[in-house]
Design a protein around this ligand. Structure first.
Ligand SMILES: NC(=O)c1ccc[n+]([C@@H]2O[C@H](COP(=O)([O-])OP(=O)(O)OC[C@H]3O[C@@H](n4cnc5c(N)ncnc54)[C@H](O)[C@@H]3O)[C@@H](O)[C@H]2O)c1
Ligand SMILES: O=c1ccn([C@@H]2O[C@H](COP(=O)(O)OP(=O)(O)O[C@H]3O[C@H](CO)[C@@H](O)[C@H](O)[C@H]3O)[C@@H](O)[C@H]2O)c(=O)[nH]1
Length: 432
């Protein structure tokens, strides 16, 4: 099939390269000329394991990119993989969706055949029908359901495992209101469904939109619940990780997303929990559990700093921060817990020296106002430090050992249960 994908960021590039790999002919449309040039040169504009190889293999053949929306007319279906950031109050900002839908509508005005427009971005219930479809109608002069059709196909891939997650999902969700839209989506995903064990969920547009928020909200709340339990464990000197391992044996609970610690960051959980809370409030419902999930998450960095305060005054002292990315395996630093930790340390007068295996550069670019010294290794960060704080659970931190001997005082606060307790360090876990 001929598929176009508007927006070529994390999701758009991954989906485009994977669909090309599954045998489709794919065109990426993006306003960013550098991204377009990179893809056409066979280079991935983002770092994801396996993605560079797929782009290199298919670019110039069944994968191409352009800044020209007219290219969508040569395709049967267009996925919108545009950003859906937050307004200041946490509510969803649909400006990129509206702009992209308007440009798409202008291009579709001159297309005679039917076209399916699929919202891939995470949007609150009602957005596809009430915002995206009307913007296309206005720009194209066509009517949704006649000249073009809309569908919603939420994406569940994770950063760091995007290609693997997209190609081997547990479910694919098709939201639509006409059988023809399910059929077209079915054709796009047929090779993927054939090669994986994915369940196909055919549902309504609003249900598809809500499934994405329910998925992320549930997982975010699960982490906050284990953090709440972990905080109780800490008060009673109970090993929170043994407790988690034991409750995980009950398959109604399961073992995933049960690691207590500094909580969740990244480009999705913070944005999406706030967006669905704001949408629910706007509709007249205050969701207490999701609100509490956010509150627990916001408090974890303060709790860790409180444990530090009980043991040391770090004013004028060097403190090592181990890890800057929001989770291991990525250089993404959006909403990383490193920010409240570093800011809290600096408020206490500490001189922060930070180390991350891959995210130093992106942290420096993303947070130009946060001034820290960057180290080239964990050993260098630890040298002469009064205390160390582990923020990201990179594997290499688990292997640290004699490096702690070079600290001024070997006080180690572990926000991720990643540092091995050993003789010679004063180990303080956040939840155990
Ligand atoms: N990143 C993830 O892990 C992930 C996973 C699932 C769902 N999502 C959702 O997918 C959506 C996209 O997220 P992302 O992380 O890929 O965003 P991103 O910021 O990485 O990429 C968005 C791309 O859209 C382009 N763009 C902006 N305006 C445009 C326009 N008018 N026309 C064409 N291109 C335009 C930008 O240049 C950029 O390349 C969001 O709704 C997000 O919540 C993200
Ligand atoms: O037991 C756990 C599991 C995760 N986390 C934290 O939770 C955050 C999110 O982790 P993860 O879900 O692996 O990363 P994302 O790439 O943000 O992926 C989430 O957000 C995406 C965007 O919506 C969805 O597509 C994915 O399904 C969803 O897992 C990170 O800060 C983790 O450190 C914990 O603290 N404890």
């Amino acid at each position: 099939m001929h598929v176009s994908i508007v927006g070529s960021g994390y999701v758009g590039t991954t989906v485009a390269a994977c669909l090309a790999d599954l045998g489709h002919d794919v065109t990426n449309v993006d306003v960013d000329e550098d991204i377009v040039a990179a893809i056409n040169d066979g280079e991935s504009p983002i770092h994801e394991p396996g993605l560079a190889d797929l782009v290199a293999e298919h670019a110039g053949d069944t994968l191409r990119a352009t800044t020209d929306y007219d290219a969508v007319r040569e395709t049967d279906v267009t996925f919108l993989a545009l950003p859906t950031p937050s307004e200041a109050d946490g509510a969803i900002d649909l400006a990129y969706m509206e702009a992209g839908a308007a440009s798409l509508g202008e291009a579709l005005a001159e297309k005679d055949d039917d076209h399916l427009v699929v919202v891939k971005s995470t949007v609150v219930p009602g957005s596809t029908e009430e915002v995206v479809a009307p913007a296309i109608e206005e720009a194209s002069g066509k009517t949704a359901g006649e000249g073009f059709h809309v569908a919603m196909n939420p994406e569940f891939l994770r950063m760091g495992t995007a290609v693997e997650d997209f190609l081997d999902p547990q479910k694919v969700v098709f939201g639509a209101r006409e059988p023809a839209a399910y059929d077209t989506l079915g054709d796009v995903f047929a090779p993927l469904v054939a090669e994986s064990d994915a369940a196909v969920v055919e549902t309504g547009l609003r249900e598809a939109e809500m499934i994405k928020y329910a998925n992320n909200g549930f997982l975010a709340a699960k982490v906050s619940l284990i953090n709440d339990i972990g905080n109780i464990c800490k008060e009673f000197d109970v090993d929170a990780y043994e407790v988690a391992d034991a409750i995980a044996l009950d398959d109604r609970i399961g073992g995933k997303f049960l690691r207590s610690g500094l909580g969740w960051g990244g480009s999705c959980f913070p944005k999406d929990t706030n967006a669905i809370i704001a949408a629910a409030r706007d509709a007249g419902y205050e969701p207490p559990v999701l609100e509490a999930a956010v509150e627990v998450n916001d408090l974890q960095p303060e709790r860790l700093l409180g444990l530090l305060d009980e043991r040391a005054d770090v004013a004028g002292e060097r403190v090592a921060v181990l890890g800057l990315s929001f989770k291991p395996g990525t250089d993404d630093v959006r909403k990383t817990r490193a920010v409240p930790v570093i800011e809290g340390l600096q408020e206490r007068g500490a001189e922060v020296v930070a180390y991350d295996p891959v995210a130093t550069e992106s942290f420096d670019e993303h947070y130009p106002d946060i001034e820290v010294e960057y180290a080239d290794s964990a050993a260098e960060a630890l040298e002469g430090a009064r205390a160390a704080v582990a923020v990201t659970d990179w594997d290499e931190f688990a292997a640290l050992d004699s490096e702690f001997d070079a600290m001024a005082t070997p006080l180690v606060l572990d926000g991720r249960h990643i540092i091995e307790r050993r003789d010679g360090i004063e180990y303080v876990g956040l939840t155990w």
